[in-house]
Design a protein around this ligand. Structure first.
Ligand code: CA
Length: 527
């Protein structure tokens, strides 16, 4: 009798597990093709069509396509006009709006929650927890290993595939030797190692009078401060300091100098036999924003943040114009985005998001960012999609464009990117990514699959809008916090235990993700 009950119990449990697995499999459309690659949703027909389209173009141009990433720092989802901001909130963005209208506007595009993790992830195709680059490495940090030492960066792979590679603008992924852009694979770097507020703090008597007007404090500050120079570095080690930020005017003009450099570089690259990979990473609109002295009060709102949005938009227009004038626009894939949500702690020197949370959190406000894909002749104008896109997918998509197949990548590590080329380059392309995972440092926080998002940990501010400087990370309670982002984009009304099937399905997805770390453990660099 007892044996029968146990058998029956086991049978029911077995059925239960199998039903759950079957349901999860139905819901999760992705298929794993190699143990160390993130599974993707199979779309064989659109893959074939995109491959043919790319091959036709290459036949015409005789070259692989150029790749241009334009990354605005800390720009909010709601800042560009094409995402509901723009002129409506006092900072018109006609260039981004035009490019979006003539390209593909992604409305579910995700970054990591702060600068360094995003920048590391896009260049390695791996989550920051895997590479160890979970936060900036500062001069005082005693790290036990250079995280870049055994990473194979995108610029390295593209260089090997015959590309010129350059990063203009902000780096923020380590300024020590061996970790600089020119050390990790870029042929050339022209920019700053750090964020504007670190660079200008010592001369910003508006915001930091306690520091700048106290010679003793300044003495200490100068000993520990970040490098405040514009750097010109070259692969192989040659590195020079071009100029130093000595005033707020210097800082305000920095993005102009960088954009002018990029524009000149495009003309130079266009004449080369080699295709190019250009990452233009703006310093703006990261706090502390300083007006460009040549364009004071550029926005209708007149606030420094808003002026910075308009200035960045102006430079984006000029960069695209430079590609057109150099005759390479039709052979260049352009992607415009932000590296994380707006930094609300710096308000009013911060952006706008319609979502909950901000930079520093894994709420939508911290990680859902604008994503505009543009390629004249290759991306159908006027497209919009809410299929999920992780900025790491730029890694896989760029490799595809350069003709670098996955078998060129090592098998001893896990890759989180998805090749989204067939999604982007087909008129009716469907997204190839099923799930997006959200991390905060070394904590797994949440997953999104289709319109559902489940949190197992959350960032909670101790005062309204203080998402970084006055916040804690908390576990959720009995039920994971689960939201339907279609009916509740602000993540305010968890559907929780009323939707147990979804809880189990999303929970299973988190477990599958967590299991990838068993065979491929996170890299510890002592941060
Ligand atoms: Ca940022």
């Amino acid at each position: 009798m007892k044996k029968t009950i146990i058998t029956a119990f086991l049978f029911i449990a077995f059925i239960g597990i199998n039903m759950q697995r079957t349901n999860a499999q139905k819901f999760d459309r992705s298929v794993r093709t190699a143990e160390n690659f993130e599974p993707s949703i199979p779309h064989p027909e659109q893959d074939k069509a995109a491959a043919e389209k790319l091959a036709d173009l290459e036949k015409k141009t005789g070259k692989k396509p150029n790749i241009v990433w334009i990354i605005v720092d800390d720009m909010g989802y709601g800042d560009p006009g094409c995402y509901g901001g723009g002129a409506a909130i006092g900072a018109a963005t006609p260039n981004m709006d035009k490019i979006a209208a003539e390209g593909l506007k992604l409305t579910s595009c995700y970054s990591q929650q702060t600068c360094t993790p995003t920048r590391a992830a896009v260049l390695t195709g791996r989550l920051p927890i895997r590479s160890g680059l979970t936060r900036p490495i500062l001069s005082g940090d005693k790290i036990t290993a250079n995280p870049w030492e055994d990473e194979i960066s995108l610029p390295t792979l593209l260089s090997n595939a015959g590309y010129n590679t350059i990063l203009t603008g902000k780096w923020h992924v380590g300024e020590l030797e061996g970790m600089r852009p020119q050390d990790i694979g870029f042929d050339e770097f022209y920019g700053y190692y750090s964020a504007p507020k670190e660079i200008s703090q010592g001369v910003d008597w508006h915001r930091y009078p306690d520091l700048t007007m106290n010679p003793d404090y300044m003495k200490t500050f100068n000993e520990i401060k970040t490098n405040t120079h514009l750097i010109h570095g070259f692969k192989g080690g040659k590195t020079e300091e071009v100029s130093e930020v000595k005033s707020l005017e210097d800082m305000g003009r920095a993005d102009q100098v960088l954009a002018d450099f990029t524009v000149a570089k495009i003309a130079e690259f266009a004449k080369s036999d080699k295709p190019f990979f250009l990452e233009h990473a703006f310093l703006k609109v990261h706090a502390d924003n300083q007006d460009n002295p040549d364009y004071r009060g550029l926005s209708k709102a007149k606030y420094q943040y808003k002026n910075a949005v308009v200035e960045v938009d102006m430079h984006i227009g000029n960069i695209v114009k430079a590609l057109e004038e150099a005759g390479v626009l039709e052979n260049t894939f352009i992607f415009i985005t932000s590296d994380n949500g707006p930094q609300m702690d710096a308000w009013p020197d911060g952006g706008y998001t319609p979502f909950r949370g901000a930079k520093g959190t894994t709420w939508e406000g911290g990680v859902r960012i604008p994503g505009i894909a543009y390629w004249k002749g290759m991306i159908t104008p006027g497209r919009q999609s809410d299929d999920v896109f992780d900025l790491m997918d730029l890694f896989g998509t760029s490799l595809r464009l350069a003709g670098v197949s996955n078998d060129k990548l090592p098998t001893d590590r896990y890759y989180d990117f998805i090749d989204q080329s067939s999604f982007l380059f087909n008129e009716d392309g469907k997204g190839n990514r099923e799930s997006v995972y959200f991390w905060w440092g070394k904590e797994l926080m949440a997953v999104r699959i289709r319109e559902y998002k489940q949190h197992i940990k959350v960032v909670i501010p101790s005062a309204p809008h203080m998402w970084i400087d006055y916040a804690t990370i908390q576990n959720v309670g009995i039920a994971p916090w689960t939201f339907n982002l279609y009916i509740d984009p602000k993540e305010e009304m968890p559907v929780g235990h009323r939707r147990t099937a979804w809880l189990a399905t999303l929970g299973a997805q988190l477990k599958v993700h967590a299991a990838t770390f068993k065979k491929y453990p996170p890299k510890n660099i002592g941060l």
